[in-house]
Ligand binder design. Sequence first.
Ligand code: GLU
Length: 330
Amino acid sequence: MAWEFWVANMSIIKPHTRKTKQGEPPVKGRFAPSPTGRMHAGNIFSALVAWLIAKSQGGKIVLRIEDLDAQRSKQRYIDAVMRDFEALGLFWDEGPFFQHDREEAYESAFRMLEEKGLVYPCFCTRADLHAASAPHAGERFVYSGTCRNLDSSQRFEKSLVRTPAERLIVPDEFVEFDDCIQGRVCQNLSRECGDFVVRRSDGAYAYQLAVVVDDADQGITSVVRGVDLLSSTPQQMYLQNLLGLAHSAYAHVPLLVAKDGRRLSKRNSDAELDALIARFGSHRAVIGQIAGMTGLASTCDPVAPEELLHCFDPQALSESFIDTKSIVWE
Ligand code: GLU
């Protein structure tokens, strides 16, 4: 599937529904920033949609700081992200929860998988690459299963030289789900993903495992994130099945990209919040700009998230962003 579609003149101004349907659990969304840099327009867009989805249905937002990657996570970014959310009017109801406090919960999920005989040690060095960080598009590969069938003496020999990562065996099966924005998604786990790392060789639990355990323990029912994480969702749903956990509703928002098609990221200073404030003048103006450009509002006038609620309809999201994987941020 080609990922890059361009969008113009979108409008998702529709009548809204305020409450969760009877019998459904209250909506609980989350902000899950990795404190490895300052927020940029893309992070703010996803947080805004997460907030609007939850709040338009009388729901709550959890703030979870995804600081699994101890080397790249910095206290100054944790402080900044919390200040930024508040200043933007993106208030949360529960948390902050920190992944660095959650070791025991990850370990017990890992033990369950181990008891089912579904994990095996992997001595390949690539195993460690970014396993603690969310693998944004372009950062993943299909593992060929090199270490899956090592016998115990081979494992012993290799373990003398290197501490292994642990991978989860995936079946040759399709995981299918309906994304609230992207529509029907279907992924073959073994062909499009391969056995994936659940614990790194340095003992840190991997993003895929941690996020599933956290979403379940924190009662998350609505996951909103960039479409570059869409391919992680089948892995997370597979883990939920194995661990007996409920699936959330998923909504993968289009990416904001620079004019030349580059994804806005924390690794460069594109559209970082400080630069946006300097350019547009205030936090309200930044929200207004993002809302206007993405079709969440009909103009780019300064606005607070709260003021967007009256014209936000979660049901209309998929229609608005149909076939849209990226939006040009100028
Ligand atoms: N922590 C990830 C990020 O900031 C998001 C992961 C997720 O939403 O599941 O990119």
